[in-house]
Design a protein around this ligand. Structure first.
Ligand SMILES: [Zn+2]
Length: 195
């Protein structure tokens, strides 16, 4: 395990003083303008790839950047979405997939997930994407999945309301790990998606 204690000490010693004013302002202010929904994958770091400072992105990360469609019952992802829209009033929502996604690779290549029941259940939220990109490979599934999750996102009442009032814009991205490039998906088939 990397030495996290040393990292904390270095943060206090070097990073914090350089941004002391920002952190003082953030102490009682939380006004991010963007909800960023990405994969839990350790290689995809939202603030790093977007050049964002603390306080700018409200982030939800899930395995495979999946967003369950609105449904009754408690749901941590739904709560985060509702808070970002209805309380924080974010104006943009990014759903970001990425190259070599473990979740999408397992689905595209039909890996045996028999010993991973929680993952099997969770990945059902990619069923529509998988149906649409059947046999087209991992990259195609990654893109289809971003589109499918944007459609799921719009089923949440807080998002639907903000879309109807034109208070929010959706964005579909795919981050390429080896080059650092981000492909912006076009609006094809996703209402509210920025072109
Ligand atoms: Zn991933």
């Amino acid at each position: 395990m990397p030495d996290l204690a040393a990292g904390l000490a270095r943060f206090r010693r070097e990073v914090f003083p350089a941004k002391a004013e920002l952190f003082a302002r953030l102490a009682d202010t939380h006004r991010p303008t963007t909800l960023f929904i990405g994969c839990s994958d350790a290689r995809v770091v939202p603030e790093l790839i977007t050049g964002s400072e603390p306080g700018e992105l409200f982030v939800i990360r899930t395995a495979g950047n999946l967003v369950p469609a609105h449904a009754p019952g408690p749901d941590g992802v739904a709560a985060g979405i509702e808070y970002a829209l209805a309380v924080l009033g974010v104006m943009d929502i990014v759903v970001c997939g990425h190259s070599a996604c473990g979740a999408m690779t397992a689905l595209a290549e039909g890996h045996d997930l028999g010993a991973l029941p929680a993952i099997v259940g969770w990945l059902r939220h990619a069923d529509a994407a998988l149906a649409r990109a059947a046999g087209a490979g991992v990259d195609a599934l990654v893109r289809a999945n971003v589109r499918a999750q944007l459609v799921n996102l719009a089923t949440h009442p807080s998002v639907a309301r903000a879309l109807a009032e034109r208070k929010v814009t959706l964005h579909g991205w795919v981050y390429d790990i080896p080059t650092g490039a981000v492909a912006v998906l076009d609006a094809d088939g996703v209402p509210g998606l920025a072109a």
